[in-house]
Design a protein around this ligand. Sequence first.
Ligand SMILES: C[S@@+](CC[C@H](N)C(=O)[O-])C[C@H]1O[C@@H](n2cnc3c(N)ncnc32)[C@H](O)[C@@H]1O
Length: 230
Amino acid sequence: MPVMEEALKTSHRAIRSFVLRQGRITAAQTRAVAEYLPARQIDAHAEWRDPWNNQRPLMLEIGFGNGEHLAAIAAQRATWGCIGIEVHTPGVGSLLLQLVEAGTDNVRIVHDDAVTWLKTLPDALLRCIIIQFPDPWPKKRQQKRRLIQPDFAAVLCRLLQPGGELQLATDWADYAGQMLAVLNATPGLQNADPDNGYVFRPDNRILTRFERRGQRLGHAVYDLCYRRIP
Ligand SMILES: C[S@@+](CC[C@H](N)C(=O)[O-])C[C@H]1O[C@@H](n2cnc3c(N)ncnc32)[C@H](O)[C@@H]1O
């Protein structure tokens, strides 16, 4: 993960939206990363090259976790190019296993830090960006680690094509309020809700592990949707 390693080296105080845990990785996930990632990987430190040569609308899921949603949406949208970005190696392995088992071939993976990588991409590249259940960083002193901040929102907006869609979901009420405030104030983004509030759950969203966890904790889920205006 060269971009991320570089970021970690250059500033030990860099504010990151993730913690790389020495989590357990299964033998199958390790094998999947070694065997299947090279052919499906987008190189985060090379110049952007569209794997489908501009032939497909592109969708990006940021922080795909174990990949269950990305695998499902890629199967639903077989004519799209679907890109997932995730720092957590077991999650990358898990997604690869699902893709191989289903024979899905329209997904490419960036195994790196989204915040660093997305800044390097050209404008108006993406038709859709999805961020579901980003790490909530609930303690006050940790909230600067949250992904949805004004600078990052401006990058997301720049990457969307006119009419392109940004979908988000969280089960943390306080973070939902922050998302709404930041994104409503981002020039170029228009809330899909006429009252600038939350929207109904989108049809494409399947129940993921993190949403199930939120349900167990009795949390409500907040969906947000924005469109890029010219
Ligand atoms: C709470 S999990 C949610 C996973 C998934 N979206 C779901 O709904 O099940 C958040 C994920 O975002 C990833 N993540 C956080 N910051 C990231 C970043 N800057 N770049 C890439 N992935 C990131 C974490 O590794 C983690 O897997």
